[in-house]
Design a protein around this ligand. Structure first.
Ligand code: MG
Length: 300
């Protein structure tokens, strides 16, 4: 089923009633970590259990970008346009240099190995922020069973000095992560106990202080049905979140404005295409896209 659910009149200005949900590819194991490369007019996306990163372009369709890929999950780009990604298998944050070589930026905190970095975002000051739950080392399917050495946490990395700081540690399973357009707010989704009667399925919001420390952390929105995995912000500060029935658009005040309905569970999404107004959607085994009447925030 697809289409639009308009729950609040504010949603109407952001969507195009006639724009179809287009299937770009299918038959993947589990899609994650989409990132748009405007200068190359293409999307990179993880096919996580198949241990590969795929490339999609309008003219070329889906092709293989990298395999093996360290069971990559979330991706973003830094201020120099380099690909920055999370590896479950190697339990690290890695950067792909412009010459194609790969540099591990962080794989340990206080000499203990990270768990399985899940999603990542860069701030305009160059710092790299990421979540580190245990999901990727809980199964052989998504990276290989390994013992955790650290509690789940959210980290800030200075890629220049290598300094790695825990910025939040009161999470069951931190997952998606993104800043508001002005970078004064940091949103982090939390998941856990998805097979329990009362699963964790909310997004929290923190104030980001001048020195990069976080304050607050209240529950911003509880996603239902399903849970918030990855998400992105648009240029007005609305948060577009993954959910079981599609992509939910949530206003800065926490109100769910509407739903872009998608036939399969959504794990992650990103804005891309010309003007950053096309939403690329990882929906389980299928990749979709839909044009919106809104633009993503400047950062990927
Ligand atoms: Mg995730």
């Amino acid at each position: 089923m697809d289409g639009l659910d308009i729950l609040d009149p504010r949603f109407r200005r952001y969507v195009l009633p006639n724009a179809p949900l287009v299937k770009l590819g299918e038959g993947f194991a589990w899609l994650e970590g989409p990132v748009w490369f405007a200068d190359q007019d293409c999307l990179l996306v993880s096919d996580l259990p198949n241990d590969r990163i795929l490339r999609w372009s309008e003219g070329g369709g889906v092709s293989l970008f990298r395999q093996p890929a360290g069971f990559g999950n979330g991706h973003t780009r830094d201020r120099q346009g380099r690909l920055v990604g999370c590896s479950h298998q190697h339990r690290c944050i890695a950067r792909t240099e412009l010459d194609g070589s790969v540099t591990v930026l962080a794989d340990r905190c206080r000499s203990k190995r990270l768990n399985s970095p899940n999603d990542v975002v860069c701030r305009s000051d160059g710092s790299i922020w990421f979540t580190d739950p245990v999901y990727g080392i809980s199964t052989d399917y998504e990276g290989g069973k390994q013992a955790p050495e650290l509690p789940p946490a959210v980290y800030r990395l200075d890629p220049g000095t290598g300094a790695l700081d825990v910025v939040a540690d009161d999470f069951v399973g931190p997952n998606g992560i993104a800043f508001s357009p002005d970078e004064r707010l940091l949103y982090v989704s939390e998941t856990g106990g998805q097979f329990d009667a009362d699963p964790v399925q909310h997004i929290r919001v923190f104030d980001v202080a001048e020195n990069g420390r976080l304050r607050g952390g209240r529950v911003f929105h509880k996603v239902a049905p399903g849970y918030a995995d990855g998400f992105r912000l648009d240029q007005d500060g609305n948060l577009w979140s993954s959910a079981a029935d599609g992509v939910h658009c949530i206003a800065p005040d926490g109100t769910k404005l509407g739903v872009v309905k998608v036939p399969f569970r959504v794990s992650n999404l990103t804005f891309g295409g010309r003007n950053r107004s096309r939403l690329f959607i990882c929906a389980s085994h299928t990749l979709y896209a839909i044009y919106t009447n809104q633009r993503g925030a400047e950062r990927p």
